[in-house]
Design a protein around this ligand. Structure first.
Ligand code: SAM
Length: 364
């Protein structure tokens, strides 16, 4: 069993900051190199794909660099201010990286074949497809077995870190401050320790961050994928701290009582849902939240407020199978949240992610 060491007490802050920047720069360089090599190979085997994507201008690339620096600056500030432990900034699944990175390359020919044959609902015969919503049975990201394979669960975090050049966890961590800022009112009224649910928890990265930030809270996670939940359970069991309760369930019909949670979070789910499912998930989050409770969503930036990033948003669903993304980027979630009864909906953006903070009012 490991526990988070208190880096603040062990090493001077300047050194820790330098180590953090170096780690992030290293991850970014690695991500870029990996993507460049994979893109070259993919362009060779699938020349048509290259023609469809839009190259990013120098100006846009520079803007992304600036936003990346801003994200890491705010990350560091929040850690220094005690929003979450500094050690969270260094949390990385190194063992998985060494163990599974070669498998990402070995899976590439399967990905190319799927793209060439346009087979995006392709699952191994031993996977039971009964009971899942039809929209879910997709090879999201062109992944072998979509979200239902054992290997897919092992490769997912690595894939996402590489996709965002090492900034995926940084973007996930932005939910922590938003939950923290809105949780005290909830805890005050409930008189109990906070109960936090992460919807579509996947392999448990956000739950791990929430546990380090709210060590006294009771944590819960739901996801439709049995293999991702198994992976989450494995990863969360490796460290001290209460094990979050993980349940396999559809986020559209949450298996919890009304008014149960102080906070509900959801990271990188909404762009993978068709519009009706997005509305159902918001409705369910509203139902299970206590009055005064907070719903924090993190997902991709949207065309409706980031027009400069249009080429990035156009390329994404071409490079990764994302059938609902084009609709998602034009979908006004503020309207959806307010239609379900949430009020005080605020939004903010960090790098290529957008965040919604919505409060369930006390009076209906
Ligand atoms: C892009 S991943 C995000 C996972 C995780 N939140 C993260 O930060 O990486 C999308 C996740 O949503 C889950 N998912 C998709 N549709 C769902 C639904 N209707 N109900 C529950 N989980 C769902 C998938 O199984 C997958 O784990």
């Amino acid at each position: 069993m490991q526990s988070f060491p208190n880096l603040d007490q062990l090493i001077p802050s300047d050194w820790t900051q330098l180590a953090y920047q170096t780690l992030q720069d290293g991850k970014a360089a690695f991500g870029l190199l990996d993507k460049t090599l994979k893109n070259r190979l993919t362009d060779f085997f699938l020349p048509d794909r290259q023609k469809k994507t839009t190259p990013l201008s120098a100006e846009l690339t520079a803007k992304l660099q600036t936003l990346r620096k801003e994200l890491f600056a705010v990350e560091w500030e929040d850690a220094q201010a005690g929003v979450y432990p500094v050690s969270l900034l260094f949390d990385h699944e190194w063992e998985d990286f060494l163990r599974y990175y070669p498998a990402l390359w070995l899976d590439l020919p399967n990905v190319w074949q799927r793209i060439r044959q346009k087979k995006y609902q392709n699952f191994s015969p031993d996977i039971d497809l009964e009971g899942y919503p039809a929209y879910y049975l997709q090879n999201f990201h062109y992944q072998t077995d979509g979200y239902l394979g054992e290997m897919s669960a092992n490769l997912y975090d690595l894939q996402v870190e590489i996709l965002f050049n090492g900034a995926a966890d940084g973007m996930r961590r932005r939910i922590l401050k938003l939950v923290k800022e809105n949780l005290p009112t909830v805890a005050e009224f409930s008189g109990q320790s906070a109960k936090i649910l992460d919807v579509a928890c996947g392999t448990g990265r956000s739950l791990k961050m929430l546990r380090a930030t709210f060590p006294k809270a009771s944590l819960f996670g739901v996801d439709l994928s049995p293999t991702y939940l198994r992976k989450a359970n494995q990863m969360l069991s490796q460290e001290l701290g209460e094990l979050p309760q993980l349940i396999r369930a559809n986020a559209e019909t949450l298996p919890y009582l009304d008014n149960y949670f102080s906070a509900v979070t959801s990271v990188f789910l909404f762009h993978e849902l068709p519009p009706e499912a997005r509305q159902n998930v918001i409705q369910e989050a509203f139902r299970v939240l206590q009055p005064g409770g907070v719903f924090v969503i993190c997902d991709s930036i949207q065309a409706i407020d980031s027009p400069d990033f249009q080429p990035v948003m156009e390329n994404f669903p071409l490079l990764f199978h994302e059938p609902y993304y084009r609709h998602y980027i034009t979908d006004d979630l503020v309207i959806r949240l307010e239609e379900c009864g949430f009020r005080t909906v605020q939004t903010e953006n960090h790098l290529v992610s957008k965040y919604w903070v919505a409060i369930k009012p006390f009076e209906a």
